[in-house]
Design a protein around this ligand. Structure first.
Ligand code: FE
Length: 312
């Protein structure tokens, strides 16, 4: 049997030194993680006979990935963000924490501090009037017993018809297509918005560059992101992916899940449009959510993932 150089006592001692084992300063957790990381990188290089050219191409790739702010996108595209959901699902099942609306990935495009509205909100700024289809979106937030949850915060965000998000697309107004809606006494939220488009990774960006090497596309179906929170309930990060989209079950980020498909109904009826104050075709989407009880107060909060305008 060939001895792996990376696994010899000398190299293991070296990796321990590299990851701070000889120092009483620093973070024990960081030392643990970095020891494992360096070890695994060394094993990959050795086992797969990674050439110098391949190694330095990978280092250059990481530089370019960070420079373009696409590390969060790659985490989604390589399915690692979806894996975190599957891992948490499995832990929940073991702990008997089941029921409620499934979680799915947050993605990298949330912006904190969207305007807070009571019961209902208009999400779009009207800039795509005549181009976009008006969408009336509503639903009820319930507990796992089916009782409505009044006072829940439904924090939702989605793309415009070009598939871009406010803040990240500087041509849009602040918080366009982003609102926080507090559910009413019946646990209901209502929104007027526009039907979003799906979108893809920047074709010139490093995430798509990686996907090209894998022979994969970088497209997502149209979808609406949600954070839902309420005192006493477990924070829910999820999204609904819209029926009829060709990428619904072929999402590069693997966010579509059973129980998270939103049925968009397009209404062509002129009288129905007039009743809504419109003279054009519009769409309706009803989607209810169920929240699990929070087993500890910290479960009411979303993760501390660094986000844009986190403290606003
Ligand atoms: Fe998205």
């Amino acid at each position: 049997m060939t001895v792996k150089i990376s696994q010899t006592p000398e190299l293991q001692a070296f990796f321990k030194t590299v990851s701070g084992a000889d120092s009483d300063q620093g973070s024990p957790r960081a030392k643990q993680l970095l020891f494992r990381l360096v070890n695994d990188v060394a094993r990959i290089v050795e086992d797969l006979e990674v050439t110098d050219d391949e190694f330095w191409a990978a280092v250059d790739y990481l530089n370019r990935l960070g420079a373009r702010n696409e590390a969060g996108l790659l985490a989604a595209g390589l399915g690692v963000e979806h894996f975190l959901d599957l891992l948490q699902d499995a832990k929940d099942a073991q702990a008997g924490q089941v029921g409620g609306t499934p979680r799915t990935i947050e993605g990298p495009l949330y912006v904190a501090g969207a305007p807070l509205c009571q019961g209902e909100a208009r999400l779009d700024d009207g800039s795509e009037a005549g181009v976009a289809t008006v969408l009336f979106l509503e639903g009820v937030v319930r507990d796992t017993e089916g009782n409505p949850v009044p006072g829940a915060v439904v924090d939702l965000w989605h793309a415009n018809t070009q598939g871009t998000y406010s803040y990240f697309d500087s041509s849009q107004t602040d918080y366009n297509l982003r609102r926080r809606i507090v559910t009413d006494a019946q646990g209901r939220y209502r929104a007027r918005s526009i039907v979003p488009s799906g979108y893809g990774c920047n074709p010139e960006g490093p995430t798509q560059e990686c996907l090209n090497l894998l022979g994969r596309h970088g497209q997502r179906p149209a979808h609406i992101h949600y954070f839902i929170s309420a005192p006493g309930y477990r924070h829910l990060t999820t999204q609904i992916n819209l029926s009829g989209d060709k990428y619904l079950w072929d999402d590069f980020a693997f966010a579509t899940r059973d129980g998270l498909v939103g049925q968009v109904v397009f209404v062509d009826d002129h009288q129905a449009a007039q009743a809504r104050g419109l003279d054009e075709r519009f769409a309706e989407l009803e989607f209810d959510f169920q929240l699990q009880p929070a087993v500890r107060p910290a479960a009411e909060q979303r993760s501390h993932r660094p986000r844009v305008l986190q403290n606003s």
